[in-house]
Ligand binder design. Structure first.
Ligand SMILES: *Cc1c(COP(=O)(O)O)cnc(C)c1O
Length: 211
């Protein structure tokens, strides 16, 4: 790979030889029987990576931002209250997307380099009925890692749908979606999943599917 720039961001990442090899294979039809098999296998593999045998996987052509948009478009209606727990730039992006769908958003912003305290989150959830809350697992702009477990617990306690932006974390940080009780965990293909950009990936709980 002489003459190639080494890109050292969370993604698009440098590809493993197997991925480069697969990219060199002949294209198959998107309606061919073997494509259906590969697609089904990929959905099964997502359940393993997310540690979520019970959730519904989605693979849609698009970006991580599309995955965020899909969560908002499918779960949020005008005037629904959504709590955005932000630890950097991507938290604010989620607020912008939700606002576009007419959500009534409240943003809890951590000071630079810190996380929003659990007490502040519980105080908000206690004060108003929120339909959903969003968490950025790792905010790429600050490098801050948030522990989603206790926040998902709070979301369950207050009957709120939990949405995790895992674009910078899925397949890089530990995720146990079912055990932790997260309703939506989303990412894009070009970060720790380690394949080219172009796929929005979401895992959706039965509860969120119902909504
Ligand atoms: C990269 C990233 C996104 C956006 O993903 P795109 O595929 O660039 O749209 C969203 N959230 C986080 C935390 C990210 O790191």
């Amino acid at each position: 790979m002489k003459g190639r720039k080494l890109l050292m961001i969370p993604g698009p990442i440098e590809f493993e030889p197997e991925v480069l090899q697969a990219m060199g294979m002949a294209t198959t039809s998107h309606v061919a029987p073997n494509f259906i098999e590969v697609f089904g296998h990929s959905l099964e593999l997502m359940r393993e990576v997310w540690k979520s045998p019970n959730c519904q996987p989605f693979i849609v052509a698009g970006t991580g931002t599309l995955a965020m948009d899909m969560a908002a478009a499918n779960l949020i209606e005008e005037k629904d209250r959504v709590l955005v727990i932000s630890s950097g730039y991507f938290g604010k992006r989620f607020k912008d997307i939700l606002d576009r769908y007419g959500a009534k958003t409240t943003i809890l912003e951590a000071p630079l380099g810190e996380v929003v305290p659990l007490e502040a989150i519980e105080k908000e959830l206690k004060a108003k009925q929120y339909k959903a809350l969003t968490i950025t697992h790792v905010d790429t702009s600050t490098g801050i890692l948030v522990d989603p477990k206790p926040i998902a617990k709070l979301a369950q306690k207050y009957n709120t749908i939990s949405i995790l932006d895992g674009v910078c974390s899925v397949a890089g940080e530990a995720i146990n979606q079912d055990e932790w009780g997260l309703d939506v965990v989303l990412t894009g293909s070009q970060k720790a999943i380690g394949v080219p950009p172009g796929l929005a990936l979401l895992m959706v709980s039965e509860k969120a599917m119902g909504v």
